[in-house]
Design a protein around this ligand. Structure first.
Ligand code: 5AD
Length: 341
């Protein structure tokens, strides 16, 4: 019943979402995943978009309790890639066939707004047909506009939790839920293809919180959705908490696909870290993007939000091979969000 409502794109209430998340009947699970797979196939034809992930800096001014590169983690060797390195890595990725560069970094002023503007302008000059995705955290409207005007196309900013009390339990008091959501609204208003998302199984998270996350996604309709299990990171306040469930993550992926059929949803590294088949399973039940890491080796070693295992360091040939085992293939086009609803 509820699944039919979801399929018909009817808005659900929090308690209905809760019921869907808690539904344990294996027949329901199967129906859910089959339907998610079906619509992914209808829209993306078994093609998987690729994004080159470049971790440009791990310098961070924030102290999120879950994150391995939080400011107070003194064991992290901090780095910032030089603009020349960013440009040459982008070129390398372009030659391999990537048409999206994702620049992700700790939240800081390691690069000034002007310096980042110049990097974006240079990247766009180098490859006008390569999309630029930023994942750099919370900034002012003015800065977001500057980067948009320079040519940035997309922005990933996970909302982390759509419940203010839960948000406050996993972040220090300097970080506010309201400001996070303001940033997301600003990004969308500036016409970025905007990405939201959250961790599954972060400490203190309840099904009710997850229901709020799903409802938010249904209303906000992000172009991209980042979803992965929480993985305890050493030297963080949450190092002894248990990891999120891969099963629940996969189930939520299917629900998200049905709620937001055209969304770009990556099979995230966090999922692969917990299960070696995680990536393929995710692609089977609703994900349609993978983000191979193209960061220089030294950077990659110092960019540990959590302990990275089974990271997608493979070549695109290897990826093609892996995808072919389930009848999928790499889609080498730019992979913009098609807003059809
Ligand atoms: N486990 C899983 N995901 C994490 N992130 C940060 N730390 C962890 C962790 N320990 C996620 C956050 C952030 C994104 C870049 O990575 O959701 O937004």
């Amino acid at each position: 019943m509820l699944l039919d409502q979801l399929i018909a794109q009817k808005p659900l209430t929090i308690s209905e979402f809760k019921e869907l998340i808690e539904q344990k009947d294996p027949r329901f699970q199967k129906e859910l995943q089959d339907y998610a797979e079906h619509i992914t196939e209808q829209i993306f034809h078994k093609g998987v978009y690729i994004r080159a992930l470049l971790e440009i800096s791990n310098i961070c001014e924030n102290n999120c309790y879950y994150c391995g590169i939080r400011k107070d983690n003194q064991t992290v060797k901090r780095y910032k890639l030089r603009p020349e390195t960013i440009l040459s890595t982008a070129h390398f990725a372009y030659q391999k066939g990537f048409r999206t560069l994702v620049m992700q970094g700790g939240e800081s002023k390691a690069y000034s707004a002007k310096e980042m503007e110049k990097i974006i302008l240079d990247l766009k000059h180098q490859h006008p047909d390569m999309a630029i995705t930023l994942s750099l955290g919370e900034f002012s409207e003015e800065t977001y506009r500057l980067w948009k005007n320079a040519g940035a196309d997309r922005y990933l900013l996970r909302h982390e939790s759509y419940n203010p009390e839960h948000y406050a339990k996993i972040h220090p008091k300097e970080l506010s839920f309201e400001h996070r959501i303001d940033c997301l609204n600003t990004l969308k208003a500036l016409s970025y293809q905007t990405g939201a998302g959250f961790m599954v199984g972060s400490p203190f998270q309840t099904t009710e919180h997850l229901a709020h996350d799903l409802k938010f996604i249904q209303e906000f309709k992000p172009a991209m959705i980042g979803l992965g299990p929480f993985i305890p990171a050493p030297n963080t306040p949450f190092q002894h908490y248990k990891a999120g469930s891969t099963d629940l993550t996969l189930r939520l992926l299917s629900l998200l696909r049905i709620i937001n059929p055209y969304a770009l949803i990556p099979a995230t590294t966090a999922l692969s870290a917990l299960s070696s088949h995680g990536r393929l399973e995710a692609l089977r039940v609703g994900a349609n993007v993978v983000m191979p890491n193209v960061s220089p080796k030294e950077a990659r070693e110092s960019y540990q939000l959590y302990v990275k295992k089974n990271e997608t360091t493979d070549s695109l040939d290897q990826l093609e091979k892996e995808l072919s085992t389930i009848g999928y293939h790499v889609d080498y086009t730019i992979g913009d969000y098609q807003n059809k609803i």
